[in-house]
Write a protein that binds this ligand. Structure first.
Ligand SMILES: [Mn+2]
Length: 280
């Protein structure tokens, strides 16, 4: 039994195509795409359609949930703020596909031995890291009777054995790698006589082509400052959004809330310019 685990594509089509090609070369019995196919990069529609065509099992993650929520008439108005403009682009990209997205499961059993989810059972947003305490892991994955637990979500490839012997594999990100190298990360799981072999793969792809999609699709104009940060994450393979949000909070607090009397996009843009300003 051999499984390919791909997730966190985030609308990056060149990265997804490269990871799929590399995964197919391994002739997996099942190719799993474990959510967050959409949002972040410009090509959410094409990525979802490709995932639907190529995956034997396709889950949705928290970013699909955001798109479903904004795409629903009674959706939360928080999504209409300036920092969620990339999501509005994503929802437009998913025109005609949202019912299919909504119908995807958030977790699934592959067989007696293997259970797959985006983040954790019943929770598409739970963070799991190499340093998460054992008792927290035991609680998060309680009640899942499987020897192999597959998840993604944190864009950080690692695996560890829980205290009860279950193997937890967290895949890196196909489209928004954050470990310092702009490559497409995914995982290959092979059942061997002594247990599961885990290989975290990092596949080079045409990053310049991905960046051209940001520049030439109209995405950057539509998605605003937060879209520019997604582009920088693709370009560098490193964290930009989370550090920016921390920076922006501190900067706004130091400037008495609004920035130079501005709010909305203007304040976001001012904060972003300051965040990106080269420092000696
Ligand atoms: Mn996620």
């Amino acid at each position: 039994m051999r499984l390919a685990l791909l997730a966190d594509v985030h609308g990056n089509l060149p990265a997804f195509e490269a990871a799929l090609e590399a995964a197919r070369r391994e002739s997996p019995d099942l190719l799993v795409v474990a959510g967050d196919v959409v949002n972040g990069g410009p090509d959410s529609g094409a990525c979802w359609q490709l995932a639907r065509a190529e995956a034997g099992l396709l889950l949705r993650g928290n970013h699909e949930r955001y798109a479903i929520d904004l795409g629903t008439p009674a959706g939360d108005p928080v999504w209409l703020g300036p920092r969620f403009r990339p999501l509005a682009w994503t929802v437009a990209e998913l025109a005609g596909l949202l019912d299919d997205v909504r119908g995807a499961p958030i977790e699934a059993r592959v067989d007696d031995a293997v259970y797959v989810m985006h983040a954790a059972p019943g929770d598409d947003h739970a963070g799991v890291f190499p340093w998460t305490p054992d008792d927290e892991l035991a609680q998060l994955f309680a009640g899942v009777d499987a020897e192999l637990l597959l998840r993604a979500h944190n864009h950080l490839p690692f695996h560890r054995t829980l205290e009860d012997g279950r193997l937890l594999v967290s895949a890196g990100a196909v489209g928004l790698a954050l470990a310092g190298r702009p490559e497409a990360q995914w995982a290959l799981l092979t059942r061997e006589p002594r247990g599961w072999r885990v290989e975290h793969r990092s596949t080079p792809y045409d990053v310049a082509a991905a960046l051209r999609r940001f520049d030439e699709s109209g995405y950057l104009d539509a998605a605003g400052p937060v879209g520019a940060l997604f582009r920088r994450e693709v370009a560098t393979g490193s964290h930009q959004l989370v550090p920016f949000m921390r920076f922006e909070r501190a900067w706004r607090a130091a400037n008495g809330g609004a920035v130079d009397g501005r709010d909305g996009d203007a304040a976001l843009e001012a904060a972003l310019a300051e965040f990106l300003r080269p420092r000696p």
